[in-house]
Design a protein around this ligand. Structure first.
Ligand code: HEC
Length: 212
């Protein structure tokens, strides 16, 4: 046999052998990467498929015949309770709540928490006493930032007269040029901050009344 023909035959045999050997890998790779409508081939079931009941299905294993078991007496809820509109939005229907929601107890602990949160989230703009002279505002005024709006004084009559629910709304969603803080400050802390703002207002009016 001519050497060239022998060589050609060897090449064809080698390619054929390669195709046969590579085929399983190619098939496996395709099976792993191609989306399919059928469930994947699942030779070892582990615990992926087991006998089970559906939620509202009957089950003869239980005396009351229900597959879905009621919580045992004395179970404590760990998931969120039903929504509390006053607590989460500061509203009662169409109106702002004037005072605090029932779930909020104004005590020394709440005020301390409010003072701490106020110092972090509000004082940079509104100032430590809420006068509207925070460091951010001072810096903006120094640089003569054209778009800067001076933060409202939180001890102004306008804010003193706002219902608590309105303050809650301003913190949650922002107001005019003030940004929203709802994503950073959880509702309980918003109420704590409001309690602190009310305390600032009370000390302000007391010191104004005494001529300071
Ligand atoms: C980035 C600066 C900035 C921060 C931080 C900020 N404020 Fe303000 N706030 C403003 C500005 C500016 C205004 C005035 C907005 C306007 O009049 O356009 C304002 C207005 C207000 C008002 C008056 C709203 C009304 O009823 O007219 C309240 C109340 C208030 N802020 C409370 C807070 C509280 C509480 C915090 C902390 C959770 C806070 N702000 C954080 C800038 C800020």
């Amino acid at each position: 046999m001519n050497r060239t023909i022998l060589f050609a035959v060897l090449v064809v045999v080698a390619l054929g052998a390669f195709a046969v050997l590579a085929a399983p890998f190619a098939v496996a790779t395709t099976m792993r990467t191609q989306p399919k409508r059928q469930p994947r081939i699942h030779p070892v079931l582990d615990m992926d498929n087991q006998a089970r009941y559906r939620g509202q299905a009957p089950a003869s294993a239980f005396a009351d015949g229900r597959a879905k078991r009621p919580p045992v007496p004395g179970t404590v809820a760990w998931s969120p309770l039903p929504p509390d509109e006053a607590f989460e939005q500061g509203t009662a229907g169409e109106a702002w709540i004037e005072d605090y929601p029932q779930a909020v107890v104004v005590d020394a602990r709440l005020l301390a928490r409010g003072a701490e949160r106020f110092a972090i989230s509000c004082a940079p703009c509104h100032g430590p006493n809420g006068a509207g002279d925070g460091t951010v505002s001072q810096a903006a005024l120094r640089r003569a930032e054209a778009a800067w709006v001076v933060p409202t004084s939180l001890t102004s009559t306008e804010v003193v007269e706002r219902p608590n629910g309105h303050l809650f709304q301003s913190i949650t969603h922002g107001i005019r040029s003030m940004p929203a803080h709802g994503s950073q400050i959880p509702p309980a802390d918003r109420w704590a901050i409001i309690a602190h703002v009310r305390a600032l207002q009370a000390t302000h009016s007391a010191s104004s009344a005494s001529g300071e």
